[in-house]
Design a protein around this ligand. Structure first.
Ligand code: FPP
Length: 247
């Protein structure tokens, strides 16, 4: 493993995750895809605590994309129900563990019942500070850029006032620093319209592990890979030539 690079904090402040592989995980067990999503939620519950224990302050996960409406009706309604089940079953536990929950995404497209569950989760954890969990639901990176532009126009900004800062303040994750580390499980090497704006300088990490199998060992492998990266943000190498820079 390459030596940790002193040019950046070795623990990422913000980790973003595409939790991929639930369907395949279930299929390998001759189970319906929804079973994989259920297990995926259990995995998420476990790893939040691991990331918090390692010092990560913000965790943003992709739970339902703007494009996931194309999935079979049964799977879509299953994922919606999973939010209701998750809030009913785990909200108290997460609140007690110091997790602050926010839902980021297009609220207009979901049911009143779901919006009420989200409101309950956000209100019930608003004072927590140990780790900030953002659940991207009915979210797309392109949607986020478009809605930020629409808000800038609605706020009366002139074209010359619409700069990076003006849009960043209106993006769905405006309260958080940009993700330092982007993790995708399940072996695919795509961003899939996740945080397009915010991951401009994120370190990318792809794991073959299917999301339901992701645990403390996989979290630590991803954090170790991150610690070895040379983050340059468009600048120059911080390590001398010939020193390995990590994956
Ligand atoms: C991608 O795997 C996963 C999703 C589209 C859903 C992710 C949701 C969870 C992990 C549950 C957590 C839910 C909440 C509400 C926090 P896939 O179905 O595309 O897997 P595949 O590539 O193997 O088919």
């Amino acid at each position: 493993m390459p030596a940790a690079n002193s040019a950046h904090a070795t623990v990422p402040r913000h980790v973003a995750i595409v939790m991929d592989g639930n369907g395949r995980w279930a299929k390998r067990r001759f189970m319906p895809r929804f079973f994989g999503h259920e297990q995926g939620m259990e995995t998420l519950l476990r790893v939040i605590d691991v990331f918090a224990a390692r010092g990560v302050q913000y965790l943003t996960v992709f739970a339902f994309s703007s494009e996931n409406w194309k999935r079979p009706d049964e799977e879509v309604s299953g994922l919606m129900n999973l939010v209701l089940i998750g809030v009913a079953k785990y909200l108290k536990k997460l609140a007690a563990e110091g997790v602050r929950i926010r839902i980021v995404g297009d609220r207009a497209g979901v049911s009143d019942k779901l919006r009420a569950a989200w409101d309950e989760a956000e209100a019930g954890t608003a004072a927590n500070t140990r780790i900030q969990l953002s659940v991207a639901f009915n979210y797309g990176g392109r949607w986020d850029v478009v809605q930020a532009c629409q808000r800038a126009v609605a706020d009366g900004l002139a074209p010359a006032q619409i700069d990076e800062a003006a849009l960043a303040q209106r993006m769905a994750l405006a309260f958080a620093p940009d993700p330092d580390l982007f993790i995708r499980t399940g072996g695919e090497m795509r961003v899939s319209n996740f945080l397009l704006w915010q991951t401009a300088y994120a370190e990318l990490y792809f794991s073959n592990c299917l999301w339901p199998d992701f645990g403390a060992a996989e979290v630590d492998a991803a954090l170790a890979a991150y610690a070895g990266r040379d983050r340059r943000f468009g600048g120059v190498r911080s390590a001398p030539e010939g020193v390995p820079q990590g994956a």
